[in-house]
Every structure is written in C-alpha cells, then in structure tokens.
Design a binder for this molecule. Structure first.
Ligand code: NAP
Ligand code: MG
Length: 497
C-alpha cells in the first residue's frame, strides 16, 4: 500500500510494507490467520493505510502457544549453556542495531512517533537485550543450602512458554523490556503486539530468525485484543503472562490468568505528579516538564500529568510553561522540524479532546487551551498541548488522559504536596523538584508509587527496577535483576543425611 510519504521511505521499509498482507511468525515460519482474516495498520500522521496484517484467531493463538511450548522442550534453547544463549542474544542486538534506521522508520510511521525518538527506542531495545544477556551470565543458578542433617540446594529453572501483550505507545522498546529477561533466562515467548502498531515486532521476528535464534523461541501473533489477546491470556499452556496496557484490560488479563493459576505481571497506566518547590530554577524546571508532557505527545504511562507548584512561584512557573508550550512544533513525525507528532488513532484523538471539555465542564480553568492542531498537508490526529488548573477532584486531574495535557494546582506546605500527590488510585511514577536535596529525598520516599524521581521525570536506566503499584500494576522490577529472577522459578533439591 502507498503512503503520502512513500518517496522518502527507505527501500527496505517500502518493500516490507509492500510484502503485505503481513503474516505472523510462529515456529520460525510466516503464518497466515486460519480464515485469512486481516486488519489494517495506518499512519496516524497522514491517515494513510500502511499495510494489511493477518489477524490471528483463537485457534491460531493456541497453535502458537503449542509451538512455543514444544520449542521450550525440544529446540535446545533452555539447554544451551548460558554464555551461548547470551551470545545469540548479542547477535540479535547487533542485527537490530545495524537495522536501526529501518525499524525506527517503521515504528515512526506506524505509531506516529517522531523519527529521532523512534531511533532512541530501538537503541533502548538493543541496550536492554545486551543488559539482560550479560546479567544472566552473572547469576548463580544453583545455591547450596547449609541446613543441618540435609544435603540441599536450590536451582533456578526457566518456566517455559511465556505470553506477552503490548500497547501501542512504545511498541518496540517495550518488547525489549518484556522479552529480554525471559529469553535470557531460557524461556520461549509468544508476543501479541497492539493492532495499531504491529510492524516493528513483525520485522523483529524475521531478524531473530536470520541471526539463528532457534525456531519457536520468538513467536509473534498479530491480531485484535478482544480475539488474539484474550485467547493468549486464557491459554493454560502458558507458564507466565506479562501485560502492558490499561488497567481495564489488565484486570481482564489477571482474571484469565487467575483461572489457570498462571503468574502474571501487569504494567498499567498512571497519573503521576511533579511536585515543584519554590527553590527550583524556574525556567529550567519548566523546560523539563514541558519536554516530559510533550514527549511522544503525552502518550507516556509514567508521565507527570499533575503539576503541583508551590504557591509563591505558581504564576511565574505557569507563564514559563505557556511560553514554551506555545512554541512546540506540532507536525508530521518524519519531518525533521516536528517536535510533537500525532496521537495514535481517532479514538485517542477524541479521548484527549473530550477530557478538555469534561474538565472544563466540571470547573477546571484552561490556562492554555489545546484542542485540534492543523498540520497543513496531513490529515492526521494532531492536538495542541494544553494546561488546565483547579481542584484535584476534577475528572481531568483524576483520570489518565494519555495526551499532552497537564493539570496544575498550587500547594503551600510539604505535607500538603505529599497528600495531593498521593490522592490517586494510580501508583506509577512521581517526581519532586527542589534544590534542597534532603527535602527532595524525604518527599521522594513517601510518594506512593513504584518510582520516585528527583529533579527529573521519565528516568530509566538498566539496573534500576521500574514498577507500578495499586492501579498501575504489579510484579514490576522491570529493567533490573528483579525481573530476570522472575523468569526463573526456584526449585529445591534435598537429601536427608
Ligand atoms: P489497552 O487498550 O489496554 O491495550 C493493550 C494491549 O491489550 C493491546 O495489545 C490490546 O490489543 C490488548 N487488548 C485489548 N483488549 C484485550 C482483551 N480483552 N484481552 C487481551 N488483550 C486485550 O492499552 P493501550 O490503549 O494500547 O495503551 C495505553 C495504556 O497502556 C495506558 O493506560 C498506559 O498508561 C499503559 N501503559 C503502561 C506502561 C507501563 O509500563 N506501566 C507502558 C506503556 C503503556 P489491541 O490494541 O490490538 O486491540
Ligand atoms: Mg499504525
């Protein structure tokens, strides 16, 4: 299928798109859906159709899980010495890095992501694979237990076939965060990408095969959430399930897994706060929070969407933010001058606009209006950044909007700021901003969330566990040794003496 930007595409991207309908990838082979059903993935920046993709049905999903289960038992992946499995994962990372520009362009087109940011995501995938491939080599998988009258030890064993369901906001990066520890530990994986953004994951399956990852170790099953996703999460042969997405769907996944007693990891939404004290460098902090809320058009689960500002600097801070937000270049994601691309689809577009309306009808003040952004020549889903203010009981302050919209409120005391931060059902990520580092650490420790950041927002480093609590998820430890250990189960062996 053609796009409005076809002339600017890399030849590899164009030929991949033209090779559609794109097939899933199961047991090292391309696979169509049983009845030939397809869905379309589009470019949210232009509205153009990018490719038809086979839409897997429940029987296709069951077949893929059977293959992953069988591969776990027979493909030799689990039995490989750790250094050989890690060497293969390094080959995968190297191959992805070599094709970074191709995968990033596919991702940019499919998700509406600024191309340079998509390149950052692909590099992050590469770094994640390398991190877990190396880490796994340094974990002692047998531990001798010193227990009187017993010879005893524990062993860490991989579980088997692991299921993964991903959202559309960071499709490729999140695949890395999810499958890298599972693969490094010796498991096999079945991945259901979001229907809006399946392209980069389908491409990855082909790269994995080229570098010699054994057949059946990485399987990709494109399809609709209510069909393919539901069938995957309900499959009793899975040994573990990981879901990244909304709390609403997360609950369904957990119910399905609960019925089969399959352990599940949930990385869900958020409504994070940034607490800004009156001793900050105001322009610098405003710049950083504006960058955070406009990054990937605010479609970031751990974003700071409630900005709590000390009352003495509130007006000046708001002014600095408005000046910067007005200058943000909204545009097509493959244009070099664009700073903020479209949101992912019509539903998300409508969602962002509806919260501006609902928030105002409940009494919120609009400090910066936002609304539909026109990008000449492109029929995409563009919005302008917006700032709202008022009571934290407002719907726009309580619910996840998932767009470039921040909700502001002033505070007076440290205690009040903490109470306001914690007045949410979510618990993903908050930040505190102050030049008094003792105070910053004190506040950071009592903010209720999996992640507390100081003088920065959206901070990720391999080795630091990332997680959500409450409505933001469970079982975290992402990007650290904690999640790697999750992908081995501990088994004890005992002989009475
Ligand atoms: P979503 O609607 O929950 O969808 C996520 C995935 O679940 C998609 O692949 C979707 O498939 C699938 N799905 C939908 N219904 C399903 C069902 N009944 N059974 C099984 N799977 C089903 O979330 P989204 O709109 O894509 O993503 C936005 C959400 O993800 C936000 O809440 C955001 O905060 C959260 N998120 C969290 C993190 C984190 O690390 N905590 C990271 C990124 C995003 P289809 O799309 O193909 O229908
Ligand atoms: Mg798309």
């Amino acid at each position: 299928m053609s796009t409005t930007t076809a002339n600017e595409l890399y030849p590899e991207v164009r030929s991949f798109l033209e090779s559609g309908p794109l097939k899933g990838f199961v047991g090292g082979k391309e696979l169509e859906s049983t009845g030939g059903e397809t869905f379309t993935t589009s470019d949210p920046g232009s509205g153009a159709q990018l490719a038809e993709v086979y839409s897997f049905q429940a029987s296709d999903i069951d077949q893929a899980v059977d293959v992953a289960d069988e591969a776990f038992k027979t493909a030799g992946w689990e039995q490989l010495p750790q250094n050989e499995r890690s060497a293969l994962l390094h080959r995968l990372a190297d191959a992805v890095e070599k094709q970074k520009h191709i995968i990033a362009q596919l991702e940019s087109l499919d998700a509406g992501k600024i191309e340079a940011q998509a390149q950052g995501d692909v590099q992050n995938f590469v770094d994640t694979i390398r991190y877990f491939a190396d880490l796994a080599q340094n974990v002692q998988r047998r531990s001798i237990l010193a227990v009187k009258n017993h010879e005893a030890w524990t062993m860490r064993q991989p579980w088997g076939a692991c299921g993964f369901i991903f959202p559309w906001n960071f499709p490729f990066l999140l695949v890395g965060w999810g499958i890298a520890p599972a693969l490094a530990a010796g498991n096999t994986v079945v991945i259901k990408p979001a229907e809006d953004t399946p392209l980069s994951t389908l491409y990855l399956a082909r790269v994995a095969q080229e570098v010699g990852i054994p057949d059946g170790v990485i399987n990709v099953v494109p399809g609709l959430g209510s069909v393919a996703g539901a069938a995957l999460s309900a499959n009793p042969k899975l040994q573990r399930m990981s879901f990244t997405g909304s709390p609403e769907v997360g609950r369904l996944i957990a119910e399905s897994c609960g019925r089969n007693l399959v352990p599940v990891k949930l990385e869900l939404g958020g409504k994070g706060a940034a607490v800004v004290f009156n001793d900050v460098d105001i322009p610098d902090t405003a710049e950083k929070l504006v960058n955070a809320i406009t990054f990937h058009t605010g479609q970031v689960c751990c974003d700071a969407t409630r900005w709590l500002i000390h009352k003495n600097i509130y007006d000046e801070f708001v002014g600095e933010c408005i000046d910067r937000l007005k200058d943000v270049q909204v545009g097509y994601q493959l244009n070099d001058t664009s700073q903020m691309g479209p949101v992912v689809n019509a539903k998300q577009h409508q969602r962002v606009l509806s919260y501006l309306e609902k928030g105002q009808s409940e009494g919120a003040e609009c400090l910066l209006e936002g609304g539909v952004a026109e990008v000449p020549g492109y029929e995409g889903y563009y919005v302008k950044p917006a700032l709202m203010a008022g009571s934290l009981d407002n719907v726009a302050a309580r619910e996840e909007i998932f767009g470039p919209v921040a909700y502001l409120a002033p505070f007076e005391t440290e205690e009040q700021a903490i109470q306001m931060t914690n007045s949410t059902d979510y618990g993903l990520a908050n930040s505190v901003w102050s030049s008094d580092l003792n105070r910053a650490a004190r506040v950071a420790e009592v903010m209720c969330a999996g992640n507390s950041w100081i003088n920065a927002h959206n901070v990720f480093a391999h080795g630091i566990p990332y997680a959500g609590i409450h409505k933001s998820g469970m079982g975290g430890g992402v990007l650290s040794i904690e999640t790697l250990l999750d992908y081995w189960r501990s088994v004890s062996v005992v002989r009475p003496l």
